[in-house]
Write a protein that binds this ligand. Structure first.
Ligand code: CA
Length: 222
């Protein structure tokens, strides 16, 4: 059983996809296995998502990326390993506990120097980045934090991304709960609203991939 597997495909298919296509660094295997024992283990991205990131980052020639929601560091580690030696990730999170775990993996994988961790509310960090780093200063962003603020993160991230750069959103299908038009869950409502907004947003070209828990790619038009 591969941890963090997609609920959209059966376990055998998932295992096959993992076996034939995922090249996972030993530190990532360790991160994934150790994270399984934590109560919020489902917050970790799946290994095939990490593999997708590797392809996307290579295609973008990414050097500078943004992450909103670090958790125990799987996605930031896979990203940092894919970036060139002078690559940089600005990583936002509110949890000292989880990011302390992430820091151990960053160190062990030898990529800690590429990661600039900003502890605190991500919206404030993103506002500061808009002032300090400026527009079009990032190639790639991964948004995987509190769902009710996704749209806020999107609007603050879009100016930071360069034209032809990419924003990736996680959990856009919310284990299928987005199908419930009458849901009163604020997270489900927020994701439904964002899916509809992105579907007709002329600033980006999107693709909602039914892998893992639903991954939306939003490519910023030139
Ligand atoms: Ca997630």
């Amino acid at each position: 059983m591969v941890s963090g597997r997609s609920y959209l495909v059966n376990a055998e298919i998932n295992r096959y996809v993992y076996d034939v296509s995922v090249q996972e660094h030993p530190v990532l295997v360790k991160c994934r296995e150790e994270t399984q024992s934590l109560p919020n283990a489902v917050m970790q991205i799946s290994p095939e998502q990490g593999q997708l990131f590797r392809v996307l980052l290579a295609m973008l020639g990414a050097k500078k990326t943004l992450e909103v929601g670090v958790f125990t560091g799987y996605s930031s580690t896979v990203t940092a390993l894919a970036l060139p030696p002078d690559g940089k990730i600005v990583a936002c999170d509110v949890s000292d506990e989880y990011t302390s775990r992430a820091k151990r993996y960053w160190k062990e994988a030898g990529i800690a120097h590429k990661i600039d961790l900003r502890l605190g509310p991500a919206a404030e960090t993103l506002q500061r980045l808009n002032q300090e780093d400026g527009q079009s200063s990032f190639d790639f962003a991964f948004i995987d934090a509190d769902k009710s603020n996704y749209d806020t993160y999107y609007e603050l991230t879009l100016p930071l991304i360069r034209p032809e750069g990419l924003i990736v959103f996680d959990n856009m299908l919310r284990r299928g709960n987005v199908l419930d038009a009458h849901s009163t869950d604020p997270d489900v409502r927020a994701l439904r609203a964002l899916n509809e907004k992105l579907g007709s947003d002329s600033r980006v070209l999107i693709s909602l991939l039914a892998i893992a828990d639903g991954v939306t790619l939003a490519w910023k038009k030139p």
